[in-house]
Ligand binder design. Structure first.
Ligand code: NDP
Length: 239
């Protein structure tokens, strides 16, 4: 049974990814930061349905906490599937963006990728099979008004995805990104009304967290063993 860590498993998209990987027979670590109770409830739900799951919590911006928790987790066995999904946005038009807004969004979404991925990489390499999937955003491909910080973090993740994929290609480890468009979760609620979704999305509807989870599950599977360094958009045809 492969062990999978999904950061931000307490959130909307992360929860769908956890359920899907558990249904695909992975032992899933459902990660949370502040909402550990939500991650624990999801792990309970997965176990009740016959799957394998545990909740873990740490702040992805805390280098020492990431290292301590993750090194302990891989002491006996590697985590072979890592989904870097934890992320935040804090939007403001650029002239009014506070330095804290800029730094915080990059710290969670970009530095969090480094803090979580690095301690897991060598054990994954040694096992000669691994999947790293980074959840980015259409904003990282096209940019978005009011999201210079968020788009910078997600665009940088695309570049990191491609670079790391080159380093790990010969080791049986693939590194890809899934770039969602508008997906119905707490993060997007209140940001987009139905009219703006209809204007933005050719399919005229928001996606569901399960749409993202399907793409992640594919990239995490054996079927995707020859796919690395790619950005797979899940956005109803936006770009
Ligand atoms: P949610 O707000 O529902 O979930 C965000 C998750 O990130 C939560 O589990 C939260 O943990 C975790 N998180 C936030 N800050 C930290 C931190 N400092 N350390 C550890 N974990 C943290 O968002 P979504 O499910 O909608 O988004 C998931 C990913 O998908 C994000 O990367 C987002 O950028 C991306 N995305 C979402 C889109 C959408 O339309 N929803 C569109 C494009 C991309 P906790 O709650 O436990 O604190």
């Amino acid at each position: 049974m492969k062990r999978a860590l999904v950061t931000g498993g307490s959130g909307g998209i992360g929860a769908a990814i956890c359920r899907r990987l558990a249904a695909d027979s992975c032992h899933v670590y459902v990660h949370a930061n502040r909402n550990l109770a939500r991650a624990s409830a999801l792990a309970d739900e997965i176990r009740a349905a016959g799957g394998a799951a545990e909740a873990v919590s740490f702040d992805v911006t805390d280098v020492a906490a990431c290292r301590a928790t993750l090194e302990a987790l891989v002491e006996s066995e590697p985590i072979q599937i890592l989904v870097n999904n934890a992320g935040i946005h804090d939007d403001a038009v650029f002239p009014g963006m506070r330095a804290e807004q800029w730094h915080r969004v990059l710290d969670v979404s970009l530095n969090g990728f480094f803090n979580v991925t690095q301690p897991l990489t060598l054990p994954m390499i040694r096992s000669r099979w691994g999947r790293i999937v980074n959840i980015t955003s259409v904003a990282g491909l096209t940019g978005n008004r009011g999201q210079a910080n968020y788009a910078a973090a997600k665009g940088a993740l695309h570049a990191a995805t491609k670079s790391l994929s080159l380093e790990l290609a010969s080791r049986g480890v693939t590194v890809n990104a899934v770039a969602p468009g508008v997906i119905r979760t707490a993060m997007s609620d209140g940001v987009f009304d139905d009219a703006s979704i209809a204007a933005l999305v050719p399919m005229k509807r928001a996606g569901q967290p399960e749409d993202v989870a399907s793409a992640v599950a594919f990239l995490a599977s054996d079927q995707a063993s020859y796919i690395s360094g790619q950005v797979l958009s899940v956005n109803g045809g936006m770009i």
